[in-house]
Design a protein around this ligand. Structure first.
Ligand SMILES: [Mg+2]
Length: 398
């Protein structure tokens, strides 16, 4: 029986891109397959389970993968195909509940609190969900059911592939006592190392750590870290059709590796500016305030904002403000992990686009994209979330 106020499921498709390719091409089924970007300098985006047996991992170069397994089959990524399949999976899940949130192209959260009572056991429900996906897409997934999103995510990582893990509320504390702290979702390698240096090795140690100690090391994030250590996460799974009323327009991007390279940082900011400007224009808005968010490798995060005395409409104008903010921050003290650009102080109405701005935008963006691809591989320039949004009109925010 399920004795928790909430029943949250995290569902993670197994070796997603590789599995989709294997479903559509019988010749490569059961074989070591890697999905990569285009070109020689690209990286492995997904490796099939047969390829993983050779030690091939996401993020390796194609050269490294071929050295580990010379016979590995390389398939260039086809994001449109994966997006199509993701939307199909999403439809299946919506058949169970409308509390479905797509977390990334191969991951979903579901709030099954109301539905779970209709089944004899939680296992029965999860098995049915998995079976429906398997029947309609021939794909397998790993599931974690728990009282909240944080623990559900943890559960889905515990057993792979084809996993089914249920974290009962009464078992949570036992699990956190044994769990290495960096296995909590959101705690990366470097934060893990820092926590260990502070004598915090297990998740429960983090939950018991003095709040002031965490605050002095991590600022406000210290408070969240402590909640995580106690297995607490009150965030909700919204209905798939729910859209927040936007008071701001923001985009964030986690870099594939931490960097202090200013050219790359600026290129990434420029890409973010393009995205927020595009969205702002779609909504026929203009903005007075720009905020730049920087997260360092150790998760220290800060935002700086600047408000101007007029409404900005062009990407160039917004980018220039970002550069000014960057300048005012001074020297970056640690490698950067994530960047974000947010527009606020929004007003209705925007003027016609300037042709010149668009031309400039295009040439600057092309330069930025080629710089980023040189370092990170071609995959970076096609963020899946953008494709998903454009593929399905219901994802549009208005
Ligand atoms: Mg996956």
């Amino acid at each position: 029986m399920w004795h928790s106020s909430r029943a949250i499921l995290h569902l993670d498709m197994d070796a997603y891109f590789a599995s989709v390719e294997q479903v559509s091409n019988p010749f490569i089924r059961g074989k070591p397959v890697i999905i990569t970007g285009v070109g020689e300098r690209t990286i492995v985006v997904t490796a099939s389970y047969n390829a993983r047996k050779y030690g091939i991992k996401t993020g390796m170069t194609v050269y490294q993968a071929k050295r580990l397994c010379p016979g590995v089959i390389r398939v260039p990524d086809n994001l449109e195909k994966y997006v199509y399949t993701t939307l199909k999976i999403r439809e299946i899940l919506i058949g169970f509940t409308d509390r479905v949130k797509m977390y990334s192209i191969d991951k979903f959260f579901m709030d099954l609190t109301r539905k779970i009572k209709k089944y004899n056991t939680p296992e029965d429900m999860l098995k049915e969900i998995k079976l429906r996906i398997k029947r309609e897409t021939k794909l397998k997934c790993s599931c974690g059911l728990a009282p909240n999103k944080l623990l559900a995510k943890l559960g889905s990582n515990m057993e792979k592939p084809d996993g089914l893990v249920i974290i009962y509320p009464e078992k949570v504390m036992d699990i956190l006592k044994k769990l290495p702290v960096d296995k909590l979702h959101g705690i990366g390698k470097s934060t893990g190392i820092r926590l260990r240096q502070m004598g915090i090795a297990k998740a429960s140690d983090l939950g018991n750590a003095p709040p002031d100690l965490l605050k002095s090391h991590f600022g406000f994030s210290g408070h969240i870290l402590r909640l995580m250590g106690n297995g607490i996460d009150n965030s909700k799974v919204p209905c798939y059709w729910e859209h927040r009323k936007e008071k701001s327009i923001g985009h964030y991007h986690t870099l594939p590796f931490d960097t202090l390279d200013m050219d790359l940082i600026k290129a990434c900011i420029l890409m973010l500016c393009l995205r927020v400007t595009t969205r702002m224009r779609d909504k026929k808005r203009s903005a007075k305030t720009v905020a730049l968010t920087v997260r360092y490798s150790d998760f220290t995060t800060f935002s700086r904002r600047k408000t101007v005395g007029y409404f900005m409409e062009t990407m160039q104008g917004i980018y220039n403000i970002c550069l000014k903010i960057l300048e005012s921050i001074g020297e970056l003290t640690k490698p950067v992990r994530l960047l974000g650009v947010t527009l606020s102080g929004l007003a209705e109405g925007g003027r016609q686009l300037y042709l010149l701005d668009d031309l400039e935008k295009e040439s600057r963006l092309n330069k930025a994209i080629s710089e980023i691809n040189d370092k990170f591989g071609d995959f970076t320039i096609k963020p899946a979330s953008i494709l998903i949004m454009s593929a399905d009109k219901r994802f549009k925010n208005n």
